[in-house]
Each structure stands twice: as C-alpha cells, then as structure tokens.
Design a protein around this ligand. Structure first.
Ligand SMILES: *Cc1c(COP(=O)(O)O)cnc(C)c1O
Length: 221
C-alpha cells in the first residue's frame, strides 16, 4: 500500500487485527467497497490504492457510473448489495459480477432466465432475514433450504449467504446464526458486516464485508 494513512489502509488494518484475534487468514476476507451515492471522483482514489471489489445498491446508478471506470480498470469486480426487482434482473446480470440479494422465488426465476439468456452465470448470495424483521428483505430462515434447492436446480451459482442484522442491537448472534446456516447448507461464503460491525463479522466467520462509510465518509441524505 502506497500510503498507510488512507481510510482503505485503516480498514485493512482493522480486518487484519480481527483476523489475528480469531486466528483467521486475512486472505479469506474480501473487502467490498460500497460506493453507492459516491461519484466517480471519490472512487478513483480507491482504485489508485489497489481496491478492486466494489458494491452498489442500485442498478441504474451503477450503469451510469461504472462503464467508464471499468474502461480504465477492467479487473474491477462489481457486486450488487441492494434489493433487486425482478424486472431489473437482465440488467443486473449484464452489469454485476456477484449479487448479494437473492431472497425470493420470483427473483430467482427472473435471474435464472436472465443468466440463460445472457449465457453468463453470476454468483449469488442468498440474503437471509436473520432478525425476522417484517420491513427487511431476505428469505425467512425456515424457507432457506427450499430456496437454496431451487437455486441449485436452476443452475444459479451460490456464493453463500448474506445478512443485514437488525439495527441497534448486538450483531454477533445474528452473524453466528448466518455462519451456522451457511455451514448447515454447505455454502462457503458469508457476506456480513458493514462499517459499524465488520470486525465483529470477521470474528464470527465473514468472508465478505460490505463497507461504505468507513471508506468514503458519510453519504448525503
Ligand atoms: C450501504 C450498504 C452497506 C454499507 O454500509 P456502511 O454502513 O456505509 O458501511 C453494506 N451493505 C448494504 C446492503 C448496504 O446497502
């Protein structure tokens, strides 16, 4: 790293410390830099510092920002971390290298159809509603084995499970639940942890942490 005083280096240092405490190898953790709402000018410094995996939560915003950035950095991997409407499945499959929000049969069918049509299989995380929150996206825990079976049947490559735990309470038990569900279902990836709790997530088994604010600063409201 060229400059140890960047937010990117600070996040890497914290991930390394959490890994050390948990006796994990930092190479097991993928940092997804969530650049939603931030313009290309804010993303360029991270690209310059070597960051290559980025997350966006809106198809349209990603379509507007990333084609130009990718021209100069064709090795960028773009992850969709936000909820996806079925009618945007084709655009999402064309643009993203990984989708973190597969959470229902209707979206699964739309994604399978889009992948067949594009001749491109995009790895997906199944998002799980670990806090049983009504307003939140994610598959209910009891429905998870069925959705996973359906994804496997439709030849959707499964990267693992993803969760966003409830706000304002200790996230570790929810991360531990996601870790257990991934293990029970034979899935390798655990996408969990954001700016406020990614170290806890690393200590409880995260393979992908989705960090925005700690890298880019506050988003405008
Ligand atoms: C915005 C967002 C993040 C990043 O959140 P920060 O708190 O800014 O790190 C992570 N995951 C998802 C699904 C998001 O929408």
């Amino acid at each position: 790293m060229e400059n140890p005083d960047t937010p990117l280096q600070a996040v890497h240092d914290r991930i390394a410390r959490a890994c050390k405490a948990a006796r994990r190898d930092p190479a097991e953790i993928t940092l997804v830099a969530v650049s939603k709402t931030h313009p290309a000018g804010a993303i360029a410094p991270l690209l310059h510092q070597g960051q290559r995996v980025f997350g966006e939560n809106r198809v349209q915003e990603a379509q507007a920002k990333w084609p130009a950035l990718r021209e100069s950095h064709p090795d960028v991997q773009l992850h969709l971390v936000g909820q996806l409407q079925s009618n945007k499945a084709e655009e999402a499959v064309a643009l993203f290298d990984c989708i973190h929000s597969l959470d229902r049969p209707s979206l699964l069918k739309a994604l399978a159809r889009a992948m067949d049509k594009a001749g491109r299989r995009v790895p997906c995380f199944v998002q799980v509603n670990v806090g049983e929150e009504e307003q939140k996206g994610g598959c209910a825990v009891p429905d998870l084995p069925g959705l996973i079976a359906q994804a496997r049947g439709a030849d959707i490559p499964l990267a693992g499970l993803m969760c966003i735990p409830p706000l304002g309470i200790e996230p570790a038990p929810f991360f531990a639940l996601l870790d257990k569900l991934a293990r029970d279902n034979g899935l390798a990836g655990r996408s969990m942890g954001m700016s406020g709790d990614y170290e806890t997530a690393v200590m409880t088994g995260a393979t992908h942490v989705r960090v925005g604010t700690a890298l880019f600063g506050q988003r405008a409201r």
